[in-house]
Design a protein. Structure first.
Length: 168
């Protein structure tokens, strides 16, 4: 079981901005190695979201399989109930709750809750009744939530040019 569960925006932002496949393949290799080491992963629903994109990220996600994008296990079902109870007991609009309970964020938070994992997302908490953000749900349920950069620093990731590399 990994220590960190990654939200879809962690992968999407990496591909589109900071760690494009074409100029920072080390980030993607780091994810693969750290997944093999049991440090990072995500859930099946996030993998499905990424594969729907029909781009190089979709191809990368499809190649990772169930080892990276975990299926729900018996511990997740009671956690789903706890997350749902939390969401409905807050001051969110009913549409916000209904939307949250239909998307991968709900499953991500429940999986983290079931296994005591750290959620990784670019989302930031907001004081709004119109949308349930992952960090708000994590705080409400006593889960730790960090940004991808915090995760990389905590894990002491280093993407450096090796000997023989030519930086221009």
């Amino acid at each position: 079981m990994p220590h960190y569960l990654l939200d879809s925006n962690t992968f999407i932002e990496a591909k589109n901005r900071h760690y494009g496949f074409d100029f920072c393949p080390a980030f993607w290799e780091w994810l693969i190695v750290k997944n093999r080491d049991g440090v990072v992963g995500s859930i099946e629903q996030i993998g499905d979201e990424l594969q729907a994109g029909r781009d190089e990220l979709a191809i990368w996600a499809a190649a990772r399989g169930d080892d990276f994008f975990l299926k729900s296990d018996d511990a997740v079902l009671p956690a789903l109930s706890r997350v749902s109870t939390w969401a409905t007991s807050q001051q969110y609009d009913s549409a916000a709750v209904a939307t949250f309970l239909q998307v991968a964020d709900y499953w991500l938070v429940a999986h983290a809750l079931a296994h005591g994992l750290i959620v990784v997302t670019h989302e930031v908490p907001v004081n709004s009744t119109r949308k349930i953000k992952i960090p708000n749900a994590c705080m409400g349920l006593g889960l730790r939530c960090v940004t991808p950069y915090e995760m990389l620093r905590l894990e002491r990731a280093r993407f450096v040019l090796g000997p023989g590399s030519r930086a221009h």
